[in-house]
Design a protein around this ligand. Sequence first.
Ligand SMILES: C[S@@+](CC[C@H](N)C(=O)[O-])C[C@H]1O[C@@H](n2cnc3c(N)ncnc32)[C@H](O)[C@@H]1O
Ligand SMILES: [Zn+2]
Length: 397
Amino acid sequence: MPECSHYCEGAAQLALGAGFFRPESRPSRDLGVLLAGVLGEGALAEGPEPAADLSVLDLMAGCGIRSLRYGLEAGAQLVWANDADIDRLPWLRRNLLPLVERGCRLQSTALTAQNLLARGLLAQRRFGVVDLDAFGCPSALVAPALEAVSFGGVLYLASTDGRSPTGHDRRSAIRSLGAAARAHPASWELALRLQIAVVARAAWALGRGIRPLFSFSEGRTFRTAIQLLRRPAAREEEQLGLLAHCHGCGEQFSQSLLTLRQWPLCGCSAEHCSDGAGAGPATPLSISGPLWLGPLQHAPTLAAMQQRAEGLPAAWLARSSRRLLQALHDDPGLPVRCWPMAELARRLAGGPPATDALLAALRAEGYVALRSGVMAGQFRCNAPWPRLLELAAALNR
Ligand SMILES: C[S@@+](CC[C@H](N)C(=O)[O-])C[C@H]1O[C@@H](n2cnc3c(N)ncnc32)[C@H](O)[C@@H]1O
Ligand SMILES: [Zn+2]
């Protein structure tokens, strides 16, 4: 094993080795470890069942940094660290020694995630946290990974496939997500919603329900932490649906698959019809889905994570992770219609209005309007688009 300098993050100190590692992904590790800690405290428990020991399956562990932090910071009593790359195994074993010294039950393997999950299924093993930090799109592993999550436990999923879910490769989106993905101004959010839909369908097929706990992206990797529930919540199926966007006028509509019907006319289509120019829409709607129309974040869980962070050494949570936690806490991800302020600016003479003033004006009329926690510079709102433009224009005068 070549020598390598040590890297410190949170309570972990370890050698990175020569394989893939991104220091910039720290917020994803900070949030995952905090969430695991909250889960270990029993704070996410659904029913009267006593909280079991926290167990973590780190399917694509790389150098083992997550496994080490799950043990040291979240107090996991059992950690299974796996990476298909056999060259990682000596690094994993060495890096995770501090867990053994602390009495944590440790397994380290060099299996493909597919192989490991198949063995786990045969042995009926389940874990509180299954961390699937994949390269590319993880859809093929979602169902077997869910089988490895205990009820009330969490699947923490990452995808680095940004092209399919953002409308840049429509054929690939159909193959990997079973969905239409079109260009959309809130493209990262669309990608997250498509990913959650894959998990929802797999969980429902197993007779289970889901609760997204947090979802975020920096445009490169799309991450969702999803709690597996023993059964679907009432009306959970209504959350699967379609999102339509008109590139002509900017309007957006959503519909649940359960009540799917004709789309309403957007502003430019209505104009087209009243001109007598034709019965069809002037600009065809770009329709994406099926995707998850429900909340992206679960504020009580995020609040519990923030509270837990208060009692931990400050250095365990990067400042950027703290900011991310707050932004996600403040935006549940609903209403689903989301626009960049820059799009308003393009459509209005005089640029965009001040975001806070616009949101306040919309709320004063009884609409739900808030900043997006997923994409900076975006806001979400359930007001009709023409009214939104009127209010924004009035604020500009
Ligand atoms: C994104 S990296 C993991 C990074 C790590 N979780 C971290 O936070 O630093 C993905 C890892 O998955 C491993 N890998 C790729 N395909 C795999 C598979 N089918 N099963 C298990 N591991 C796999 C790679 O060797 C690589 O180390
Ligand atoms: Zn239109």
